[in-house]
Design a protein around this ligand. Structure first.
Ligand code: EPZ
Length: 417
């Protein structure tokens, strides 16, 4: 298995281009199952989760043409399959996003129940309850979700928690339901608005995406669309922390500052400075940032997907920080690895207390999940000496060529085959 070796302590400088958002690309790619005609999407990130979902779509019978420069053409007009097999779903939980489109388009879906993952149980009960309310018959057999629906019927749905992929699954299913569907307490993440923009370009009638109430008028069918995926706000946030943790100044291109308001506010509180110009952000930081507290929560609050990266930064801040993780029950897997690098962190339930230390030291560490692996890379950039990160397939799920991007900024980082 590949490893990443980092010799820390180097300053970063220069520019980095942000890739398309993984968490927008995944639902947008599965939305192509709803269309009778070809869709073409650009700014698709070249990451493992995208490869997995394209594999799943071609398994279902979609025609998938991977073009160069991060574009893909999809034609689902001849899709005949409706099963998402366990071996694919277990590698990527977001495969559950084929459930809504398959049910709406073909009235049939058999999707393996996504297991939990390192960060939590990750149940899908809200997806299934919502689809049942839309008229689907759903049974669970041998670890599979067996769903049928002659014709989905619009209804009112109130989500117990604002689930991101749950909102996306139900929004896609409701596009072809009979009549109007109103979904309340929906997640407000920008990726949901990106998905709604594509669906509306395909002929759907969706209002309110990006707010906590989404209204969908069902239509008979959807046509194809061309669309460019939004930039990845978590990748951009990760590079902001890379500049902060190495006391550097870098420019981040092709990003959306408005998607990062809370993250930038928190980094400013710590002493990081920003200059925004359209889709470019210049980040500059001296060493010795101030310790600050964060509490993760659904958008627009501080994103759980930036919690691990932030903890690496707070490990070297002046003072003691408190990090409260409210979204997932086990998203502190990076803490033990950071402690091996010299961080001073104590966990009490969902709260971590991080006492800033003057330096971290490089060490062999192990990635456990996507954002935990990013936090280890960031800690390695700041640590003295060599850090060797194993199981970096976790990192490859959601970051496109991160070691090349960091190396071009001056980091001493190498992938060892
Ligand atoms: C999405 O996961 C993202 N993944 C995650 O990003 C992200 O961390 C998460 O949203 C929260 O922002 C994609 O978009 C592909 P949820 P999702 O459903 O949709 C509970 C990354 O690093 N819940 O919003 O699976 C759940 O247990 C990944 O890129 C139910 O109880 O997250 C959690 O506590 C990691 N029942 C909370 O809701 C359900 O049916 C939020 O989960 C669904 C969710």
């Amino acid at each position: 298995m590949d490893q990443i070796r980092i010799c820390g302590g180097k300053k970063l400088n220069g520019k980095v281009k942000i890739s398309g958002a993984k968490n927008a690309a995944l639902p947008i790619l599965t939305a192509s199952l709803l269309a009778h005609w070809e869709c073409s999407f650009s700014n698709i990130p070249n990451v493992r989760d995208v490869t997995t979902v394209l594999h799943l779509l071609s398994d279902l019978g979609a025609k998938v043409d991977l073009l160069e420069n991060n574009s893909v053409k999809l034609d689902s007009s001849h899709v005949c399959g409706y099963e998402a097999a366990y071996d694919l779903v277990r590698t990527m939980r977001a495969s559950i996003l084929v459930l809504g489109p398959l049910l709406a388009r073909f009235g049939r879906a058999r999707v393996s129940l996504p297991g939990g993952c390192a960060i939590g149980l990750r149940p899908v009960n809200l997806h299934l309850n919502g689809l049942r309310k839309l008229g689907a018959k759903i049974e669970l057999h041998n670890g599979y979700i067996d769903a049928r629906a002659d014709k989905l019927k619009g209804c009112n749905i109130l989500l117990e928690t604002p689930t991101v992929t749950g909102t996306e699954n139900l929004m896609m299913a409701a596009c072809l339901a009979q009549g109007e569907t109103i979904i309340k307490n929906t997640a407000c993440e920008p990726e949901i608005l990106d998905l709604a923009c594509v669906l509306n370009k395909m002929g759907a009638k969706i209002q309110g995406a990006g707010t906590d109430c989404i209204r969908i008028q069902g239509v008979d069918g959807l046509s194809g669309a061309k669309y460019s995926i939004m930039p990845d706000r978590v990748e951009a946030g990760t590079f902001m922390v890379a500049a902060a943790v190495t006391g550097s100044q870098i420019q981040i291109d092709d990003c959306c500052p408005e998607h990062l308001t809370t993250v930038m506010d928190k980094l400013r509180e710590a002493g990081v400075e920003f200059e925004e110009k359209n889709d470019k952000i210049t980040v500059s930081a001296e060493k010795d940032l101030r310790a600050i507290d964060i509490k993760t929560a659904p958008y627009p609050s501080f994103p759980t997907d930036m919690q691990a990266q932030f903890m690496s930064l707070m490990s070297l801040a002046q003072g003691t920080s408190m990090v409260i993780e409210t979204v997932f029950e086990n998203r502190f897997m990076h803490v033990l690895e950071l402690i091996r690098m010299g961080a001073d962190i104590k966990i009490e339930g969902h709260t971590a207390m991080i006492k800033g230390v003057s330096r971290l030291s490089g060490a062999p560490v192990m990635a456990t999940d996507l954002r935990a692996s990013a936090s280890l890379v960031l800690a390695g950039l700041a640590a003295e000496g060599e850090t060797l990160i194993s199981r970096i397939y976790h990192l490859d799920r959601g970051y496109e060529s991160i070691e090349q991007k960091l190396a071009s900024l001056g980091a001493e980082i190498k992938r060892l085959k």
